[in-house]
Design a protein around this ligand. Structure first.
Ligand SMILES: Nc1ncnc2c1ncn2[C@@H]1O[C@H](COP(=O)(O)OP(=O)(O)OP(=O)(O)O)[C@@H](O)[C@H]1O
Ligand SMILES: [Mg+2]
Length: 491
């Protein structure tokens, strides 16, 4: 169905893809894996008309094609779900799905038909109820994802590209996506599936291609390889696969932050204590209030009832600025929407928080030098710190956000899905950073939908359900314990 031959691509003289070959058969799920910046997304954009290759050819359905843009590729039957969301937040679900090919009746967009078709499409995908006439901006991340897929399918795609489709999904939604992927495969659609989650690559794919530094390292049959082998191909070395050690009781200091009776539109009766030196994990289903908790603590959507104390003194965290001044830092789960300013440089993005609070961060050259070091320390790969951040790979953008906060030496660090979209090597580096923050005396709150990560990293775990803290688990709890609390099962 698809054959790439010796595809190459450079940006500003830097080679990001070099001689890449790749085939996809009808009804095949072909996974593409590799480190952050390996060239996966660039390759997917070439296939789907987003970029023209500098060298090599793209043969689709027996014809050598040079698409002049994504629209042309879509019409030819190649759909793509991008790593970063591309929907228009102010338009409705149906308008997004049929953008550019709206059903027309007597020269006008047939809204009735469009709504009906969208509903039918979503139903055929096995998606739950969805407000097809509501603006996409009002949907949660998981629902937006479903809309992205519907949009790609609306034009009868024969090849569907998914660039980290599960990165934003909760576990039960991942199941839904799996079912969808299998259904599409059984219909003879070819799928290219980019993911950092190797477990899901093993679950879903027939073959796996590994990219490293823009080259294809190998293509293997999934049944004939192992995680260890893949990691070696991706990273070029073995990874321990272990989490950094937990805090010993002696390392855990006094209570830094206390919430009593915290509530707002999404949260109720939140009681929480975070101690210096401790990593507190937050589990729960999507929509259970995990992100709302972090957003309340950072002043994005503050508590409207209850009390927050820092060092035993009441604080009013009414805005992110107030939070930052109090030493509270936050890595959002919505990197593109909240984490970065796309058209600013890597350096400016990294300096964003420091500038907002002023102080020692106002001296330009010292600050720049310190930040350069930090960006290096978290291993940001870019053409330079003056490059606009939107040109960095997703994982590298995340590392810039991390550097931004590390520079401030936060007392309370809130992470919402810190390793989402981060490659295996960098994930273990981020785990080390999280643990080091705690060792240096910060109180760390870490939300994660990745259960092994949650269990492996946390000194204790609070589990949320319907906007409340449903319970707390000690280190050593099992995945089943977390799930039981999250869904409210009696154990
Ligand atoms: N439009 C662009 N201009 C300049 N450089 C770019 C552009 N697009 C991508 N790059 C560079 O190409 C390289 C490959 O990026 P790409 O996004 O393909 O990586 P990736 O494998 O998808 O990584 P990730 O796992 O982090 O998503 C990176 O070094 C990136 O900075
Ligand atoms: Mg990518």
């Amino acid at each position: 169905m698809l054959a790439l031959r010796a595809v190459g691509k450079s940006f500003l003289g830097v080679r990001v893809l070099d001689g890449v070959d790749l085939d996809v058969a009808p009804g095949e799920v072909h996974a593409v894996v590799g480190e952050n910046g390996a060239g996966k997304s660039t390759l997917m954009k070439i296939i789907s008309g987003g970029y023209a290759p500098d060298e090599g050819s793209v043969v689709f359905a027996g014809e050598t094609r040079t698409f002049r843009g994504p629209r042309e590729a879509r019409r030819a039957g190649i759909g793509i779900i991008h790593q970063e969301f591309t929907l228009l937040p102010d338009r409705t679900v149906a308008e997004n799905v049929y953008l550019g090919h709206e059903p027309v009746r007597r020269g006008l967009v047939d809204r009735r038909e469009m709504l009906a078709r969208t509903s039918a499409l979503l139903a055929s995908m096995g998606a739950g109820p969805m407000p097809v006439d509501a603006p996409v901006g009002r949907l949660g991340i998981a629902q937006r994802q479903v809309v992205e897929i519907a949009k790609a399918l609306a034009l009868d795609a024969r090849l569907l590209i998914m660039d980290e489709p599960t990165a934003a999904l909760a576990d039960h939604e991942v199941e839904l996506l799996y079912a969808l992927v299998r259904r599409l495969r059984d219909q003879g659609i070819g799928l290219l599936y980019v993911s950092h989650r190797l477990a899901e690559v093993f679950d879903l794919s027939e073959r796996i291609t590994v990219l490293k530094d823009g080259r294809r390292v190998t293509t293997v049959r999934t049944a004939q390889t192992t995680t260890d082998e893949l990691v070696r191909h991706m990273v070029g070395r073995d990874l321990s696969g272990y989490y950094p050690g937990r805090a010993a009781p002696a390392d855990v200091g006094p209570v830094l932050l206390t919430v009593r009776g915290g509530g707002n539109r999404k949260l109720h009766d939140v009681d929480l204590r975070l101690r210096a030196g401790e990593v507190v994990g937050v589990g729960g289903l999507q929509g259970s209030g995990r992100s709302a908790l972090a957003r309340a603590l950072f002043g994005v959507a503050p508590f409207t009832t209850g009390q927050v104390d820092l060092d035993g003194k009441p604080v009013r965290v009414v805005s992110p600025r107030a939070a930052m001044r109090a030493g509270i830092a936050y890595v959002s789960e919505d990197r593109k929407g909240e984490g970065i300013v796309a058209r600013q440089s890597v350096l400016d993005n990294a300096l964003l928080a420091g500038r907002a609070i002023g102080g020692s961060w106002s001296g330009r050259s010292a600050r720049t030098a310190r930040m350069r070091d930090l960006l290096g320390a978290v291993d940001v790969r870019s053409a330079g710190v003056d490059q606009e951040i939107r040109f960095l790979s997703g994982g590298n953008q995340q590392k810039v956000v991390l550097a931004r906060w590390l520079a401030l030496g936060p007392r309370v660090m809130l992470f919402d899905e810190p390793t989402r979209g981060i490659d295996v090597g960098a994930t273990s580096a981020i785990h080390d950073v999280v643990r080091r923050l705690a060792r240096d005396g910060a109180a760390v709150l870490m939300i994660s939908s990745d259960l092994p990560e949650l269990l492996g990293m946390s000194d204790r775990i609070v589990v949320m359900r319907e906007g409340r803290i449903a319970g707390e688990l000690p280190a050593g709890a099992s995945e089943a314990d977390v799930v039981a609390l999250a869904v409210g099962a009696v154990t």
